[in-house]
Ligand binder design. Structure first.
Ligand code: GUN
Length: 293
């Protein structure tokens, strides 16, 4: 059984990006610059944003972290985004989700200039993705494609089942896997909380993407022998024996899945690392497009 190690695949992506950044600075050009906005102090969001900033440093990118109080008004947040849209030294903008309830998430996403929307969440970019046009692929689905490419996992003609229909992962993943691209051309079934016969559907799958956010949801009785399992779950589960008081759990029962799968992503150390690789690649792409204007 092959472990789809995110450390290995993301290191390969980051090494290429670092070489590109070094070539830019050697030519006297500036490095790509990512701006991240973090509203409030949700523990998981703090960790993800800190990791995004750290990875920018590792690839020679500039990064700016803007922290706003949990009670910040929607107007102040939107004004901050507009300021970043108008700043020519910023290539990519991300607003870490989820946002506090009093802020309209859709409005925030639509305020980001689509040319700087390195999360690929703006409706203009989602529309381009659906139509197979060049765009920013949302970071997690992009990271999964990069992972499949790195480990040469064949996808053409395979049955893929995506569990979870979020705008961030499941829905774009289902579109990409069905698209006519190197890591696509699958026959895709997108499952969600109203799906009947989920177990039977999963048993037909050559590839399962579990992205529903329920720890240990996918068990061995749902997996066809030889299937490729991609676990997107990163839920914090309380554990008094862990140093931080919690452990990160995936959506897949790893031990059970290992007995059936031909390849599997671990949690942690799998898709999470690839998400950052996808984000960094999008930031480089935004930078390059801004230089060619
Ligand atoms: N929250 C969970 N995943 C993501 C992501 O990929 N981007 C942003 N901005 N927020 C998230």
């Amino acid at each position: 059984m092959l472990i789809l190690d995110g450390k290995i695949a993301s290191a390969a992506v980051k090494a290429t990006l670092l070489a590109q950044t070094q070539a830019l600075t050697t030519e006297g050009k500036r490095a790509p610059h990512l701006a991240a906005i973090l509203v409030g102090n949700n523990g998981a969001s703090e960790t993800y944003v800190a990791s995004k900033v750290k990875n920018c440093e590792e690839t020679g990118f500039e990064s700016t972290l803007i922290r706003l109080d949990v009670a910040v008004s929607e107007k102040i947040l939107l004004d901050k985004i507009i300021e970043l849209n108008n700043n020519p030294s910023i290539d990519g903008i991300l607003v870490q989700l989820p946002l506090p309830k009093h802020i309209d998430e859709a409005k925030v996403i639509e305020t980001i200039n689509p040319a700087k929307d390195v999360d690929g969440f703006h409706p203009a970019n989602v529309g381009r993705l659906v139509q197979g046009l060049p765009t920013f692929i949302p970071a997690t689905p992009y990271g999964i494609l990069l992972m499949l490419a790195h480990f040469d996992i064949p996808t053409k003609g395979k049955n893929a089942v995506v569990i979870g229909r979020s705008n961030i992962v499941g829905r774009p993943m289902s579109i990409l896997l069905s698209s006519n691209i190197p890591q696509g051309n699958c026959t895709v079934t997108l499952c969600h909380s109203h799906t009947k016969n989920l177990k039977e559907i999963c048993l037909e799958a050559d590839i399962i993407i579990a992205a529903l956010g329920v720890p240990n949801f996918l068990t061995c009785d749902m997996i066809k022998p030889g299937a490729v399992i991609v676990d997107v779950g990163i839920t914090r589960v309380e554990d008094a024996t862990a140093k931080k008081g919690f452990r990160i759990k995936g959506d897949v029962n790893y031990e059970e899945a290992c007995a059936k799968a031909s390849a599997i992503t671990p949690v942690p150390g799998g898709v999470g690392l690839m998400t950052i690789a996808g984000l960094l690649k999008n930031t480089m792409k935004a930078f390059e497009a801004s230089q060619n204007k």
